[in-house]
Design a protein around this ligand. Structure first.
Ligand SMILES: C[S@@+](CC[C@H](N)C(=O)[O-])C[C@H]1O[C@@H](n2cnc3c(N)ncnc32)[C@H](O)[C@@H]1O
Length: 290
C-alpha cells in the first residue's frame, strides 16, 4: 500500500474512534503522519514520500499498526505510546510521569523572548518544569545560561533528568525538588512557568486523554487560581533587578486578570496559537506586592 493511502486510512480510523487531538498535534492526519514517521525512523527507514510503497508485513509496519490500535483502545496520548514529544523542534523523552509538552511558550523561546528581554539571560528558572521541555529549550536557546528546573514531583524530575542527559546539558541544567519557590536557590534573569491552572470542575469535563496525564500537573485549587497567584506573589523575590516572569495560565487568564486589577499584565499575542501567557517585570510585581 502507498504511504499516502495508509495515512488516509489511519487518520480515518483515528477520527472514527472519536479521539481527542491536542497532545502534540491537533488533528488525526498529523497524528497518523507522526506515528508512521517516528516508527520508520526508529527502524532506520527513511521518512516516506506519498508514493512510497509500504510493506505492511514488515516489523516496522506491524509496530505502526499495533500502536494505532493502542491509541484507539487506550486513548493514551500518542506521545506516551511513542515516549517522545516535540517541543521547539526538539524531541523530548516523555512518559506518564509528565504532561505532554504543548505550551505556547515555545514560540517565545524560538524568538529569544524578544522584545521582552533586553539581554541574554544568564540565569533561568523553569518553575513547574515537568519533563523539562521549557527549561531545556531555553538552555539551548541561550548557550551561556545556567538553568534550574523546579518541580514538586520527584517522578517528573526523573524524566527531566533523562532529558538533561539526552541533550547533554548536565553542566548547565540542574533539577530541584520544590513546592514552587520553597527550595529554589538564588535569583534569576528569567523565570518561566507553565504551572497547573485548571479548575477541578473543568478537569472533570476534560477528554480522557487528559486524564492519562498526572493530575498534579493540571489542577490548581481555587478555580485554577491558587498556584498562579502564589507564583505572582513570590516571583519578585527570586528575580534579578531587570528580570522578568513569563507565566502561562491558559484559559484561566481572564479570571487571573480580574483577580489582580492592579497588576499591569502584558498578555502575549501568539502567531502560532495559544493564549493566557503573561509577562511581568520584577518592578511591576514589587509595586503590586511589596
Ligand atoms: C502544566 S505541567 C508543566 C510541565 C512542563 N513545564 C510543560 O510545559 O510541559 C505543571 C507541572 O507543575 C508541577 N507542580 C504541580 N504543583 C507544583 C508545586 N506546588 N510546586 C512545583 N511544581 C508543581 C507538576 O508536577 C507538573 O510537572
Amino acid at each position: 500500500m502507498k504511504a499516502l493511502q495508509y495515512i488516509e486510512q489511519s487518520a480515518e480510523a483515528l477520527e472514527a474512534a472519536g479521539l481527542f487531538f491536542g497532545h502534540g498535534t491537533d488533528n488525526a492526519w498529523d497524528e497518523a503522519c507522526w506515528l508512521l514517521e517516528t516508527v520508520l525512523r526508529r527502524h532506520g527507514e527513511p521518512a516516506p514520500e506519498a508514493e512510497t510503497e509500504l510493506d505492511l508485513d514488515s516489523p516496522s509496519m506491524r509496530e505502526v499498526a499495533e500502536l494505532l490500535e493502542l491509541r484507539v483502545t487506550t486513548r493514551k496520548p500518542l506521545a506516551y505510546l511513542l515516549q517522545e514529544a516535540w517541543f521547539c523542534g526538539l524531541p523530548f523523552y516523555v512518559d506518564e510521569r509528565v504532561l505532554v509538552p504543548r505550551s505556547p511558550i515555545a514560540e517565545l523561546i524560538d524568538n529569544g523572548f524578544e522584545p521582552f528581554l533586553q539581554t541574554a539571560p544568564q540565569r533561568i528558572l523553569d518553575l513547574c518544569a515537568g519533563g523539562g521541555c521549557i527549561g531545556i529549550a531555553c538552555a539551548l536557546a541561550f548557550p551561556e545560561a545556567e538553568v534550574v528546573l523546579g518541580d514538586l514531583s520527584p517522578e517528573a524530575l526523573e524524566v527531566a533528568k533523562i532529558n538533561i542527559a539526552k541533550f547533554k546539558l548536565q553542566e548547565r541544567v540542574s533539577c530541584v525538588e520544590s513546592d514552587l519557590f520553597a527550595h529554589i536557590p538564588g535569583t534569576y534573569d528569567l523565570i518561566v512557568s507553565n504551572p497547573p491552572y485548571v479548575a477541578q470542575s473543568e478537569y472533570e469535563e476534560l477528554p480522557e486523554e487528559f486524564l492519562r496525564e498526572p493530575r498534579l500537573g493540571l489542577v490548581s485549587e481555587d478555580e485554577g487560581l491558587d498556584i498562579p497567584l502564589r507564583i505572582l506573589r513570590e516571583a519578585a523575590a527570586h528575580l534579578n533587578p531587570d528580570g522578568i516572569l513569563v507565566l502561562e495560565t491558559g484559559a484561566t487568564w481572564p479570571a487571573l486578570d480580574a483577580a489582580c486589577p492592579e497588576l499591569p499584565f502584558l498578555w502575549v499575542d501568539f502567531e502560532h496559537g495559544g493564549e493566557g501567557v503573561c509577562i511581568l517585570r520584577r518592578d511591576q510585581l514589587l509595586a503590586w506586592n511589596p
